[in-house]
Design a binder for this molecule. Structure first.
Ligand SMILES: [Zn+2]
Length: 262
């Protein structure tokens, strides 16, 4: 899998004596979580994992070289049952996903580390990551953090419609891949599909509402796309990746500075 995470930031490239020597109280480990799932006719299955590697790699590059931060290898398989029925989607159940992350958390705690951040870039995992961060805190005393997607960056120049309903394989995800791995984008195969209209508010919506209906992609997006990839450009992708990396780096620095009350 392509990654933009520097070798010097990869936990799995250390040997155990180097791990033993790390300052355990301060070191921040990051566990990336993503997905291998359909992303329409034009983006690869690994889109969420590649975007995770890209944004995290760029954020880590902004930290001082001596900051004790390491990225664990990503958990590429996520809870993607909303995309089942499309060839190539590889999903694990909620309980499997949670057990794997929990087991990694146990290993991290047993090695003496204190700080673990879960960085998630697949929406289907988000509610599980929320639960896991709290459970790892409660059950193993880890200081856990959860970090999502853009880190709060508000990508400039995105329409209100795309910002709200460009949920999957739309302009933003396509732009990231055009900037970072254009050979994996089939720009001749774009499809466009919006699952709701910001101008026509309904009581029951698929996302971003007090009352929602649980959706499966095949119910609402037969081609697998939720959004409009057509306005995506490599230039936008590079700019938005930079905006996200700045916010993610700020979050990582805050996690590094964090001290639990004695
Ligand atoms: Zn995606």
């Amino acid at each position: 899998m392509k990654t933009w995470v520097a070798d010097s930031r990869r936990f799995s490239y250390l040997n155990w004596k180097q791990v033993e020597a790390l300052p355990k109280q301060e070191t921040l480990l990051i566990l990336p979580t993503a997905a291998i799932e359909q992303h329409g006719h034009h983006l690869p299955l690994a889109t969420d994992t590649l975007i995770n590697n890209l944004l995290l790699g760029k954020a880590l590059a902004k930290l001082p070289a001596e900051a004790p931060v390491y990225a664990l290898e990503p958990i590429c398989y996520g809870k993607s049952n909303e995309h089942l029925g499309f060839p190539g989607t590889l999903s694990v159940s909620a309980s499997t996903f949670m057990q794997v992350v929990r087991d990694i958390g146990v290993s991290v705690a047993q090695a003496g580390f204190r700080k673990l951040a879960i960085y998630n870039t697949h929406g289907g995992n988000s509610s599980l990551v929320d639960v896991l961060a709290r459970d790892l805190r409660a059950d193993f005393g880890l200081r856990t953090f959860a970090l999502y997607g853009s880190g709060g960056a508000r990508y400039d120049g995105v329409s209100a419609q795309e910002r709200t309903y460009g949920l999957h394989a739309g302009e933003i995800e396509t732009a990231f891949l055009l900037s970072a791995a254009p050979e994996l984008v089939d720009a001749s195969a774009y499809t466009v599909n919006y699952i709701a209209d910001v101008e026509k508010p309904e009581t029951l919506l698929p996302e971003n509402a007090a009352a929602t209906f649980a959706w499966l992609t095949r119910d609402i997006a037969p081609g697998g796309v939720m959004g409009d990839p057509r306005p995506a450009t490599a230039e936008k992708g590079a700019r938005w990746a930079e905006q996200a990396a700045e916010r993610i780096a700020e979050a990582l620095e805050a996690m590094l500075r964090w001290k639990d009350p004695a």
